[in-house]
Design a protein around this ligand. Structure first.
Ligand code: NAG
Ligand code: NAG
Ligand code: NAG
Ligand code: NAG
Ligand code: NAG
Ligand code: NAG
Ligand code: NAG
Ligand code: NAG
Ligand code: NAG
Ligand code: NAG
Ligand code: NAG
Ligand code: NAG
Length: 509
């Protein structure tokens, strides 16, 4: 049994305050948090402009930032992450990424481009390839919204950056698009793109531009370099992109030629590999050029030449004391909020999991997930079956954070938990939540996926397993980050202000 002791539970609760039980047996998403000066400092230090109206009611969701900056921003030790001779790069504004619940539970990074430079908070995805920004806007997300917290976004204008170049259809750079939605009508016209994403009616279209991207080099991050890259000037967005998903742009980290990691590797700037770390506290890392460590687990990537994706082969599951031999191919997509499994795999996982859960299952169609379990009053610890995927080659891929906690709005106490996985007719997507607690290495050069339990902060020698596997006694000296007491979280007074969770469950970019 994997378990969360009381302090880990509280901490998870902080992560999962998102699910709130309201009177009348419905659930809603709660993103309303208090703001602090530290949050503002954090935002300002990244060049993200913020609106501050101290007299207005607090709004938004950047509570994560508050927790983030309480951490010592320790370095990864060099031997932990640097096997390659070349350098590791981060985005210049910050080497940290953040899981933003109010923006679809995706990881976001601050990306700086242009002259003078401008910083954007872009969603990260490994499920698609193009990097686009809201640009020369004809139809873009609003620049302020309760979902953004007190952040005020800006848009990119081709006429506002002296280093911006519009790419024409005749340019070789237009070929980067290949079949990625290119739509050229003549050699001299702009190299246009139009991409539909998996979320219903959600698309971005515009044309390609070239401009400089700012990267921080090496472990200090102080050595800033500028490198020209090609990205989409997103003039028209539709669907979720006009709401609360990637409102300030999307960075596709996929395998195709048009993706930023591919461009950086082609330039010889980095080894053709990058890593993403997904901390249990919602923060993360993105390191271009990182090949991980020699002791990480690995499995080969199954890459289709025509439609390249980070797919891995799974040959079985370990769920508590049961081992299965089900085999399937799954896409590792940081741009999916929650893991999605094809019906047969979904049924097998949920049935075996449920059979080993001691709490009573809650049958309530308004719950965000199908498999949820009731906690008894006063219960401070959750024990649930350990879940591992057995990957091709035999390495175990541990799912360290398969659950979300349900919080009662009445007394703000945990009242239940759910196995956070969604069924699908045919897709298998290992989403953000199943990557939590790991540093995941997308080694495109060697065509392997690597992973290792990692807290995203500590050095190799003191890597903390993010989940306390000790099913009994809560340990007071838990090494987990300090718990956030629920009382510090402000709940919304009105139901209407909270986004509908159902929009987020099937996010996949
Ligand atoms: C962006 O421009 C500002 C103002 O000129 C400067 O202080 C900052 O260092 C620049 N950021 C980067 C990443 O170069
Ligand atoms: C730049 O273009 C935008 C529209 O895309 C326009 O609103 C703005 O006035 C232009 N700025 C300059 C300096 O030309
Ligand atoms: C191409 O893009 C530029 C902005 O970079 C714009 O001024 C121009 O009108 C566009 N041309 C066409 C044919 O859309
Ligand atoms: C392709 O370009 C043409 C001409 O600019 C435009 O009318 C059409 O809507 C574009 N198609 C897509 C899918 O963007
Ligand atoms: C994207 O979706 C729109 C509307 O459903 C459709 O008209 C268009 O053909 C699609 N484009 C691509 C490239 O699939
Ligand atoms: C998608 O767009 C179509 C056509 O505009 C519309 O009929 C449909 O309701 C939309 N679906 C959603 C989920 O918004
Ligand atoms: C991340 O950024 C912080 C603050 O700028 C810096 O102290 C730290 O060294 C950086 N860590 C890495 C791994 O680059
Ligand atoms: C990607 O670029 C490489 C080098 O330019 C080229 O050989 C390859 O065919 C391109 N890939 C696709 C799918 O077009
Ligand atoms: C697995 O554990 C459950 C209790 O969680 C127990 O009832 C069952 O007998 C065990 N099955 C096997 C095969 O050990
Ligand atoms: C699950 O995977 C972890 C990490 O690889 C491993 O330590 C553990 O033994 C595995 N559990 C089972 C039951 O195989
Ligand atoms: C990769 O996984 C996705 C999601 O399940 C699937 O649609 C696609 O066909 C897979 N590709 C390969 C080459 O297996
Ligand atoms: C696990 O729990 C047992 C029983 O309460 C205790 O003796 C042991 O020290 C705990 N181990 C850890 C690592 O906390």
């Amino acid at each position: 049994m994997a378990s969360f002791n009381s302090s880990a539970l509280l901490f998870l609760l902080f992560r999962a305050t998102i699910f709130t039980v309201v009177v009348g047996d419905t659930f809603q998403v709660d993103f309303h948090h208090r703001f602090s000066d530290k949050v503002r400092q954090w935002a300002e230090s990244q060049g993200l402009p913020a609106l501050w109206h101290p007299k207005k009611a607090p709004k938004g969701s950047v509570e994560y930032f508050k927790e983030l900056i309480r951490h010592d921003r320790a370095l990864f030790s060099r031997h932990d992450r640097l096997l390659a001779a070349t350098d590791v790069y981060n985005f210049a504004a910050s080497n940290e990424t953040i899981n933003f619940p109010s923006l679809g539970f995706l990881h976001y990074a601050s990306v700086t481009v242009g002259t003078p430079n401008q910083t954007f908070l872009v969603a990260l995805t490994t499920g698609s390839d193009l990097f686009w920004l809201p640009c020369n806007c004809k139809m873009c997300a609003p620049l302020t919204s309760p979902s953004y917290g007190d952040l005020e976004f800006s848009t990119y204008s081709t006429n506002a950056s002296s280093t911006s170049k519009t790419i024409s259809c005749g340019s070789s750079q237009c070929n980067l698009l290949n079949n990625q939605g290119g739509n050229c009508t003549g050699m001299s016209s702009n190299c246009s793109y139009a991409i539909n994403y998996s979320i219903v009616n959600t698309s971005s279209s515009g044309f390609l531009v070239e401009d400089v991207l700012y990267l921080g080099k090496g472990s200090t991050g102080t050595d800033i370099i500028q490198t020209p890259i090609v990205f989409g000037c997103g003039e028209f967005q539709t669907g979720a992109f006009l709401g609360t998903v990637a409102p300030n742009g999307l960075m596709g980290l996929g395998i195709a030629n048009v993706s930023v990691p591919t461009m950086l590797a082609r330039k010889g700037l980095i080894t053709d590999s990058f890593s993403m770390c997904f901390s249990i506290d919602g923060s993360g890392r993105l390191n271009f050029g990182d090949e991980g460590s020699s002791d990480q687990s690995e499995t080969p990537l199954t890459i289709d030449k025509n439609l390249p994706h980070y797919n891995i082969s799974i040959e079985g599951m370990v769920i508590g004391n049961i081992t299965t031999k089900t085999s399937f191919t799954a896409l590792v997509n940081a741009g999916a909020a929650f893991t999605i499994l094809a019906n047969q795999v979904y049924k097998e996982l949920t049935n075996i999991f449920t059979a080993q859960v001691t709490e009573t299952q809650i049958s309530d169609p308004t719950l965000p997930f199908e498999y949820c379990y009731q906690l008894s009053s006063g219960q401070t610890e959750v024990s649930f079956p350990e879940v591992n995927f057995t990957t091709k080659g035999g390495s175990q891929f541990p799912v360290l954070n398969p659950i979300v906690i349900l919080i009662s709005e009445k007394n703000q106490r945990p009242v239940g938990y759910c196995l956070a996985v969604q069924p699908s007719n045919s897709k298998n997507i290992i989403g953000n939540n199943f990557l939590t607690g790991l540093r995941v290495v997308f080694n495109r050069e060697k065509k392997v996926l690597g992973w290792k339990p990692f807290d995203c902060y500590s050095t190799e020698s003191s890597t903390i397993h993010p989940i306390d596997k000790n099913a009994s006694a809560p340990s007071p000296a838990s090494k987990a980050p300090p718990p956030i007491h629920p009382e510090t979280t402000q709940l919304p007074r009105t139901k209407s202000s909270a986004p509908d969770l159902s929009h987020f469950l099937s996010i996949e970019l």
